[in-house]
Every structure is written in structure tokens, then in C-alpha cells.
Design a protein around this ligand. Structure first.
Ligand SMILES: NC(=O)c1ccc[n+]([C@@H]2O[C@H](COP(=O)([O-])OP(=O)(O)OC[C@H]3O[C@@H](n4cnc5c(N)ncnc54)[C@H](OP(=O)(O)O)[C@@H]3O)[C@@H](O)[C@H]2O)c1
Length: 295
């Protein structure tokens, strides 16, 4: 039983990543819930026996799975590892959630889409990952829903935060180190501030505590569309850098993993489900840069 002080217990796996850390910060405002934050070292989702024992030994109501293999390029040469963490382990986690009546909230990616469309991608649109990371995440979605049809999967895109490694922090570093950089200008997407995603996840839990029920796939990103180059220009403006940014095509920047050229998510479903407005990517970027400046 969850301690009477708390209305529910929430397990957060992969708590040392961008999203996990943002949930940790936000959890301080959610004193009605008991949070169990577990890092990879404390609870590896690959370790079937540990996961099973953890669910047996702790009364959990919700599991937010922030654990993932997120090295998109490295996944091309470490497919097995990517599938183990992003697919097989997610299936096992979903099974444990099902066996213990735990609501699983799992995070997926815009990279499940093939990038060939040119209008915002709905949850029901066809998928077709163009890289190993996307394939492993898609398999994870399928296994999660197979093992536990009540799983709520949130697909998100271009995630950044003041924690971990991400595009925003890389740009800030490069602006200090270089006078000139090249950034891709023909991939379209929507950045997502992990703090906003964290807030939406906890809002889902609040609504479920009120008796609402959510399952299946839902997309979430910040509002608006940009390219990596425009994203970099916006970061540059916020920190008044003099670094020169050259827009380049994808073809001029070779990476191990192919990226979808278009991965803008249609977020109308989540707006309707939760009756929310989503902050624009520029506004949220400004908030994150302010946090980073204060650090
Ligand atoms: N980052 C993006 O741009 C992006 C875009 C779309 C969707 N997503 C999805 O959003 C979710 C959150 O991403 P994020 O950016 O917060 O990722 P992140 O910063 O890379 O965090 C993932 C965390 O999971 C941990 N982890 C790895 N293997 C694990 C295991 N076997 N057991 C437990 N923990 C493990 C990692 O630890 P180590 O670092 O020590 O390995 C890391 O702390 C993921 O599902 C990701 O696929 C991310």
C-alpha cells in the first residue's frame, strides 16, 4: 500500500537523464505523490530479475520509463544493445507493470517516422524508421502495447534540457570554442524542452488520479517548426554570441545514422486530451537558456 500521506507512488526509471532530472525538479511541487527515482546503476531495466524484484518489493502505481539508449549514431554499430534497452527491456517492464497493475508511461520518438511527409505527423500516420535507434524505439512501442495494452506512450522530438548532453548545450560550447560552425538547415522538426514534457507527464498522472483514463500513443513537442540551423541561430541570439553559423544541407554532414528530413509532430491530440496550450519552442528555449546561464 502507498503510504497514506501519498495518493500514489511513481517510479521513474533512467532518472539520471534529461527527462528524469526534469521530473525530479518538478516532483518537489507534487508533494501528494511518493516518487521513487532510480538511475541505471540502481535499477537497470535490462536486468529482468531486478525489475521483477523491484516491482514485487515496492507498491507502485505509475512507472514513467525515462530509461533509454539514446545515442542515435552509435546505435548503428550497437544495434543489439539499442534493441535490448529500447525494445526487449521495455517489453519486460510493460509485462511487470501489467502483472502488478502499474500504469506505464513510456517515452518514444519522432524517429519512428520515415521523414518523407511534409505535414505534421499524427499518431495514426504510418511509421518507418530510417535508423537503428528509431527501429529499436518502434519495437519498444509495439512490445509495450503487446504486453500491456493500457500503456501510455508519448512520442517526442528534439529533446533538450539543462541536464545531460543535447543540441542546446553543444551549441553553447561551440559558440565559445569556434568562430564559425556549420549547422544543418534541411531537417524540419520541433524542439522539446524536457521540463515541459515532464510537466505534461505529471499532468497526465493528475488527470488519471481524478479518474480519467489514457492509453495508446500520443505526440508531444513544443509548438512551432524549425530547422537545426534556425534553432542554433535562436540560441546564438539568446546568448549574444558572435559565432558565425553557416546553414548546410544534410548531404554535407555525414553521420552514421540517417535522420528523417521531416519529423514535425502533430500535437492536436494531446492538446485536446489534456485541454492545454503548448509553449512555443522559442519561449521554452529562452527558459532553458536562462537556467543554463544561472548555473
Ligand atoms: N534526447 C532526445 O532528443 C529525444 C528525442 C525523442 C525522444 N526521446 C526519448 O525520450 C526519453 C528520454 O530521453 P532523454 O533525452 O532524457 O535521454 P537521456 O538523457 O539519454 O536519459 C536516458 C537515461 O537512461 C539511462 N539508461 C540507459 N540504459 C539504461 C538501463 N538499462 N536501465 C536504466 N536506465 C538506463 C541512461 O543512463 P546512461 O546515460 O548512464 O546510459 C540515462 O540516464 C527516451 O525514451 C528517449 O528515447 C529523446
Amino acid at each position: 500500500m502507498t503510504d497514506q500521506k501519498f495518493s500514489a507512488t511513481i517510479l521513474v526509471t533512467g532518472a539520471n537523464g534529461q527527462l528524469g532530472n526534469e521530473i525530479k525538479i518538478l516532483s518537489k511541487n507534487f508533494t501528494g505523490y511518493r516518487f521513487l527515482f532510480t538511475t541505471k546503476e540502481e535499477l537497470s531495466i535490462e536486468n529482468t530479475e531486478s525489475v521483477k524484484a523491484f516491482f514485487k518489493n515496492n507498491h507502485i502505481d505509475y512507472c514513467i520509463n525515462c530509461a533509454a539508449y539514446t545515442a542515435v549514431d552509435r546505435a548503428e554499430s550497437e544495434k543489439e544493445k539499442a534493441f535490448l534497452i529500447n525494445a526487449d527491456a521495455v517489453g519486460e517492464l510493460a509485462k511487470n507493470c501489467n502483472d502488478n497493475q502499474v500504469k506505464l508511461i513510456h517515452i518514444s520518438t519522432d524517429y519512428v517516422y520515415d521523414g518523407s511527409r511534409n505535414e505534421p505527423l499524427k499518431e495514426s500516420d504510418s511509421v518507418g524508421p530510417v535508423n537503428a535507434y528509431g527501429s529499436s524505439k518502434l519495437k519498444g512501442e509495439q512490445l509495450a502495447l503487446d504486453q500491456n495494452p493500457s500503456t501510455l506512450i508519448i512520442r517526442t522530438s528534439w529533446v533538450y534540457s539543462s541536464f545531460g548532453n543535447n543540441f542546446v548545450k553543444t551549441m553553447l560550447r561551440l559558440f565559445k570554442e569556434k568562430e564559425e560552425i556549420n549547422v544543418i538547415n534541411d531537417q524540419l522538426g520541433s524542439p522539446t524542452y524536457a521540463a515541459d514534457l515532464a510537466a505534461v507527464i505529471l499532468l497526465f498522472i493528475d488527470r488519471m488520479q481524478e479518474g480519467k483514463s489514457f492509453s495508446g500513443i500520443v505526440n508531444y513537442s513544443n509548438d512551432g517548426v524549425t530547422t537545426w540551423y534556425q534553432f542554433a541561430e535562436e540560441i546564438k541570439a539568446l546568448v549574444h554570441s558572435n559565432c558565425k553559423i553557416n546553414p548546410i544541407p544534410t548531404s554535407a554532414y555525414k553521420t552514421a545514422a540517417e535522420r528523417p528530413l521531416y519529423s514535425v509532430l502533430d500535437t492536436s491530440k494531446i492538446r485536446e486530451l489534456l485541454d492545454i496550450n503548448i509553449p512555443s519552442w522559442k519561449k521554452s528555449l529562452k527558459s532553458c537558456v536562462e537556467v543554463l546561464k544561472a548555473d
